[in-house]
Structure formats: structure tokens, C-alpha cells
Design a protein around this ligand. Sequence first.
Ligand code: MF3
Ligand code: CO
Length: 259
Amino acid sequence: MPVTVKSEREIALMREAGRILASVHEQLGKALRPGMSTFEVDRLGEELIRGYGCVPSFKNYNGYPASICVSVNSEVVHGIPSRRRILREGDIVSLDAGVIWKGYHSDAARTHMVGKGSAEAERLIRVTRESFFVGIRQARAGNHLNDISSAIQAYAESYGYGVVRALVGHGIGSHLHEDPEIPNFSQKKKGIRLTPGMTLAVEPMINIGTWDVRWLKDGWTVVTKDGSLSAHYENTILITDGEPEILSLRKKDGDSHED
Ligand code: MF3
Ligand code: CO
């Protein structure tokens, strides 16, 4: 499928989808506490999404059974919410969510500390988030896709972390997953040329240990092979004539985080 350039009308709808998702994430982050089950996180997330008049895009996507992917500690992505999985003080939890507003998607992920945790885990969360911002600094018209990928990899690896290879970011629009694929590690080819109007979901997944992952028997949950902690940070962005616009982040949240 070709990479599409969105019209002003489509961009306006994606801005709204992104704004709503930013707000959902903010509320989910504030609600997290020790003793909460991952099922409750999903239920709250779905309620919030539907409360904004949106549809949770993950629900039933390829059979995924929930609205929010809730991935704890060594779970990288696509953790399935469960009544039996109780969050504990010091856990790190990655929340990944997508919403559809009038036919247009946004997709974003955040990793949170539950209560107070180790400095090591805090650093992983911070560096993963920073790697996104370092990556999208390259997300300018005229640059190529691999400029984003290689910047993310170089930054994360400078901390000795492993960059997950089995999963990648993606174009986004009237579908959750559109071309191009956006790896978080350098490719041999420089990839497509970035053009204003392209909308992309950039989503580094970073492990304290090695990059290797495996799938649990539930067919969804991806975990680190070495059992090390993993973090995920994602936003839907728009390529413009200048700086990329981060659609799924409230303006002030991005301000202080240019590494
Ligand atoms: N958020 C994931 C992504 O970024 C998609 C989740 S797929 C689901 O591509 F099936 F788990 F919903
Ligand atoms: Co995504």
C-alpha cells in the first residue's frame, strides 16, 4: 500500500482523535495505584474512550480482547488485561491505546511507575520517552524514515539498552496500521522521504537487557527473552513544513522533554 498524505480535513479529525487520546492517557496515568488490576485499567480506559464518543480501536483488532494493552515489567507490549493481575508498588506498566474519531485513528503509549520504584526502572522509562523525542527531531520534510529509526537506536543504545526489533511503528490514518513500517533501529535502506501531511505512529520499545523478545502462550503478550524490564512510548505525529506536530500529546507535556 502506498504511504498516504492526509488532507486538511483528515488532519483535523486526527488532531481530535489525538487530543482525546492524550486526555485518556493522562487520566489513566493518574488512576494507576497499587492494588488495581490490569482489568480495571482496561475498563476505565474503555469507559473514558467511549465517553468521548470514540471507539477503542484495539478491541477485537485481530481478535485482541481488550481496549487497552497493559504490559507489566518484562512484558513489552500487548499484555492482556486480567482480573488476576494486580499492580504492585514499584511495577512499571506500559499502557497502549488507540481511538477512532469519525473514522480516523490515533495511537499512543505511555509507561508509568506504580507508586515508587527503583532508579533503574525510572531511568528506563525516561530514556524510552526521550528516545521518541530524539527520533522525531529527525521527522522533518526532506529527511528519510531511517533518520528517525537510527536516531532512536543510537540514543537508546548509548545507555546500554536493547531496542526491540520484532515490532515497529507504522503509518496511521483511516486505518490503525498503514505503511510505512517504522523500525526503531537502523536499516540498510534510507526508507521513504518524509512529506508534509504524512501521519506516523512512532513507538520505541526499549529493554534494559537485550533486544530479543518472545511471545507468551496467550498468543499476544510479548515479553523480553532475558526477563529484563521493558518500556514503551508512542505518539501519533504529523509531518509538517517545520517541526513535526505531536497529535496525541497535550502541548505543554512535550515542552520539557527534549531530552
Ligand atoms: N498499539 C499497537 C501498535 O502500536 C497495536 C495494538 S494491536 C492490538 O501498533 F491488537 F493489541 F490491539
Ligand atoms: Co502503534
